[in-house]
Design a protein around this ligand. Structure first.
Ligand SMILES: *Cc1c(COP(=O)(O)O)cnc(C)c1O
Length: 359
């Protein structure tokens, strides 16, 4: 056995640790923003049937262009999108990686608005792309003025806008995205991983795609669709953007099983999304009850809540874990982040937190 540090690894990876929240087996896991509801049984049965059909042909490579899945994704998103404008990969993280492979690289710079999704900087490093975080405004909101200041200061080739933003929960208004687009000749990537949890009447950045060929909007099936284990993320953009991603994707990157499972899930989209309404209720309940506990929750349009007002988040994190409740310390001073669970899980989190704080 040798040590990692003894290998001729790339300089940019020396001394690094692999990213990932602890995967602990606990009764109430609210740490990685999964949908904690199981998928409906009729969908599970349909998935199994479609995968079974694929097994019989598994000696052959799958459809490299996965047109049938792209068609289904276009149908789900609506907004007049067509299959040629859709792309998918093994999680939206892989989509982001492909974007960096196609549009980043040495000498190019990517920018997010921090604190934001940690994978942006990690994927940038893997693609030898410089990464900077521009600041947000008060309470992690992002307004036009603050966004443009970041654009002007950094002149990024790739701008990543997470809306609603992980880990803060805060949404970004479309006028901000339009202003960012107009301020750059580079790529603008809007990560809408949590879009389905937004308040009714919230417009998606998908409405901005027409006439903006450098804009890309990504979604995932990992959160609202309760499909995290299947690994399916996707992107909508101008068809030319998809052609760029086809230059860097590995051939047959989406397995026949993945394609079949995702198509089955999309065929039952309304049913798959039925839990979303309850998750929003639990999220809003968390926000209210956290305030009642004297804590400071941030505005959230997603399925999780970042809350401040903790003197010792590490100790609260551990004491919650001792009670079987796993949340996330994302490294923002005095805060923790918690995903909205089922009603029972949310009850358990709130009761445990009350015990930890007030004995
Ligand atoms: C969870 C999450 C994703 C989804 O990642 P997958 O690879 O699709 O599971 C993407 N972006 C953000 C901001 C997320 O929080």
């Amino acid at each position: 056995m040798t040590n990692l540090s003894d290998l001729p690894i790339r300089d940019s990876l020396k001394g690094r640790e692999p990213y990932g929240a602890p995967q602990l087996h606990v009764p109430v896991a609210l740490n990685v923003n999964e949908n904690t509801h199981r998928i409906p049984e009729v969908v599970a049965v349909d998935i199994i049937g479609r995968i079974a059909a694929q097994v019989l042909e598994i000696n052959r490579y799958p459809d490299r262009e996965f047109m049938s899945l792209r068609q289904a994704l276009a149908g789900y998103l609506g907004h007049g999108l067509i299959a040629e404008q859709l792309w998918a990969a093994n999680g939206s993280n892989e989509v982001i990686q492909q974007i960096f492979q196609a549009f980043g690289g040495p000498g190019r710079k990517a920018m997010g608005f921090g604190p934001t999704y940690s994978m942006y900087s990690i994927i940038a490093r893997g693609a030898d792309t410089e990464y900077v975080d521009a600041p947000r405004a008060q309470r992690y909101e992002l307004d036009v003025e603050t966004a443009l200041a970041g654009m002007n200061a950094n002149q990024p080739d790739i701008t990543l806008v997470c809306s609603p933003n992980n880990p803060t929960g805060t949404p970004v208004a479309l006028e901000v995205i339009e202003a960012i687009y107009d301020a750059t000749e580079g790529i603008v990537f809007v990560d809408e991983a949590y879009a389905e949890f937004a308040a009714d009447g919230t417009d998606s950045a998908l409405t901005l795609l027409e006439g903006r060929p450098r804009l890309m909007v990504s979604r995932t099936m990992s959160k609202a669709f309760a499909f995290a284990g299947a690994r399916v993320g996707y992107l909508a953009a101008d068809a030319a953007v998809i052609d760029a991603l086809r230059l860097v994707r590995l051939p047959y990157h989406l397995s026949a099983f993945t394609q079949a499972a995702a198509e089955a899930a999309l065929a039952h989209a309304p049913l798959m999304l039925e839990a979303v309404a309850d998750i929003r209720v639990q999220r809003d309940r968390m926000v209210n009850e956290l305030s009642d506990l004297g804590l400071d929750p941030y505005r959230s349009d997603s399925n999780f809540v970042l809350f401040g007002g903790l003197q010792n988040p590490d100790s609260v994190w551990q004491q919650l874990l001792d009670r079987g409740v796993l949340v996330r310390n994302v490294g923002i001073a005095n805060t923790l982040r918690v995903s909205a669970g089922t009603q029972t899980e949310t009850d358990k989190f709130l009761t445990s937190l009350r015990e930890v704080l007030h004995g």
